[in-house]
Structures are given as C-alpha cells and as structure tokens.
Design a protein around this ligand. Structure first.
Ligand code: AHR
Length: 325
C-alpha cells in the first residue's frame, strides 16, 4: 500500500534523525540477528496480513524470525516470550492480546538484557522500562474518526435521533478499549445518538454473525439505525446476517467499520458499508527498522503510529489506491 510505504519512509527518516543523521549504517551482522516474534493469533484478515508483513520484512532485512502464534491465548504468548529468552534472541517483538498481565515475563526479558518492542497493541504497566518501543495504530484516533464520520453523516441527512449498536473487539485489548473510548468521546454528549447495545465479537467473523443475530432478535431491524463494528471481519459476518434477514446494510442500517480488508472495501464500493476507518497491518518494515536501530545501538522512537485515513460514502470510491489487503 502506498500509505504503508510512506509510513516506513517517515520512520526511517526519524530513526536517522534521532541517531547519526546523514550516515548510512550497516544493518549490523544481519545474518546472526534473531528476532523472537509472538503473534497473538489469526483471528482476522488484518492479523494474517500483519503476520505476512512481518515475515516478508524480516526476510528482506536478513534477520532470522522465530515466530510463535498464540492462537488467542495469553498463556501461549507468555510461554513464547520465555522460550525467546531461553534462546537469547536479540530482540523480542510481540503483539499483546490484552493489556494486563505481562509484568513478570517482561521483567524476565529485561533481566536477560533483551529489548522488547510492542507491535500493534499496548500493555498496561506501572513500569515503563519493561518495553523499549511501541509501534502500531493510534486506536483512540481511529475511534474518534468513526465518531466524526457519524456526526458528519447525521448532519448531512438531518437525522434527529439514531440508535447505535456496537460490536466490539477482544475485551480489554487496546483496539477494543481505545476504539470505544474515541468513538464515545465524539458522540457521547450529542443527544442525537444513543448506544443501545455494546457486545463483544472478539474480532472474529463468526462472532460478528452471532452478535448481529442477537442484536436483530433483541431490537429488530427497525430498532437499529447504526452498526459500529471494531473490525471488518466482524462487520462482514454481520452483513451476511443482515442480508439473510432481508435488511439492506448501508441503507437500512448505517455501517461503520475499521481496518480496510479487500472484501470490506468491495462492500464499501457496493454501498453495503458506509465508512471504513483504516488500520494498516503493514507494520513489518517499520518494525525491522526499529530492530536495526536497536542492534546498531541507536536511540529509537518510543512511540510510532502509521498514517491512516478514512474511506466513506462522502469520498470518490473509484480511487485505485483504495484496494484493501
Ligand atoms: O489490533 C488490531 C486489530 O486486531 C485489527 O483491527 C483487527 O482486525 C485485529 O484482529
């Protein structure tokens, strides 16, 4: 994606500025560098594209990648990090499934002198020294963008009151918490909007289907004006259920989603989704740039966010750059 590439270039520039500006450094002895990567699962197209991005970028950088997929289990992520410590990898990268419960294992990594990069999701800790850097989306900004789209749509259509249902991502994960908080900070005080239900779909398409079935049974199609879903996989599941029930998504129910996977982008172009807040999975190149900074003993940015956009029915959707992943 062009935006992903732009982000990588900006990050490379930042790394250069924060360290030895103007000098081209070697990648260290890249053949002997090993990155331990704990991926949290394969719950969505986003996650699958993110894993592929990490594998590709490690290959291009010439780094060995020890990857463990935790299949949505925090215990498995903790075990994977312990195995990376035992192997004495050079850098640990991990995408924490939830925010809490990492202090012990990260203390062990710190005591072993192995730097940790958090990729995609944050942790909650009193001890900021347990990780060196975070790289991933600004989920709070994404939630705000979803809310801002809704306000703009309500203004444009003159809607007086809208009932919103929210299908959330994994409980206590960073994107779930921050996409909800950002959205509510924009629409919460506006009397035109009421969130009538907020339920967890765990970022899974199958659970998106289950959630929408439940929501239609509880409120009926006439009782729901807006679906705000925290990712495209759940949204696509919800769309299937709506259509089977004779409801026209995008028309009878306004649909706001997050990510930008190809199938969802097609649904946006077909008018079945009204708005997609972009969340890019193409983080691998930027992660490897941070690893390179660490192995060359340069200072690296503590927090990096990719540049992300919003695509909606207010835009020209024929833009060929809008293809999804
Ligand atoms: O943490 C990023 C989120 O996780 C993506 O939006 C979602 O699709 C994924 O499962």
């Amino acid at each position: 994606m062009r935006r992903g590439l732009a982000f990588i270039m900006i990050l490379m520039l930042l790394l250069g500025l924060s360290g030895c500006a103007g000098k081209q450094e070697p990648a260290g002895d890249s053949t002997s560098i090993v990155v331990g990567f704990s991926q949290l699962g394969a719950e969505s197209s986003w996650r699958i594209a993110n894993t592929a991005s990490m594998e590709q970028a490690a290959k291009e950088a010439g780094y060995g990648l020890m990857m463990e997929n935790a299949n949505q289990k925090q215990e498995k992520q903790i075990d994977a990090i312990r195995s990376f410590i035992a192997y004495r990898v050079d850098v640990i990268v991990f995408s924490p499934i939830v925010e809490t419960g990492w202090d012990n294992v990260l203390t062990e990594a710190k005591q072993a002198g192995i730097p940790v990069i958090l990729m995609d999701r944050m942790i909650e800790t009193q001890d900021d020294s347990l990780y060196t850097a975070y790289i991933g989306a600004d989920f709070y900004a994404e939630g705000r963008r979803a809310g801002e789209y809704l306000v703009r749509k309500a203004d444009a259509t003159g809607a007086e009151h809208l009932n919103i249902v929210e299908i959330c991502g994994t409980t206590d994960s960073t994107p779930m918490r921050d996409r909800q908080r950002g959205f509510m900070d924009v629409i919460g005080a506006d009397p035109r909007f009421t969130v009538i239900a907020s339920i967890s779909g765990d970022f899974l398409r199958s659970k998106g289907e289950e959630c929408m079935t439940d929501l239609l049974a509880r409120f009926g199609a006439d009782g729901i004006d807006v679906l705000y879903s925290h990712n495209d996989s759940m949204t696509l599941g919800a769309l299937d259920v709506m259509e089977k029930a004779g409801v026209r998504p995008g028309r009878d129910i306004l649909v706001i989603s997050v990510d930008g996977e190809a199938e969802a982008v097609r649904a946006l172009k077909d008018g079945r989704i009204n708005c997609i807040v972009q969340c890019t999975p193409a983080l691998g190149g930027s992660v490897m740039a941070l690893v390179q900074g660490l192995v060359n003993n340069r200072s690296i940015p503590r927090v990096s966010h990719p540049v992300e956009a919003v695509f909606s029915d207010f835009d020209d959707l024929t833009d060929p750059a809008l293809e999804g992943f």
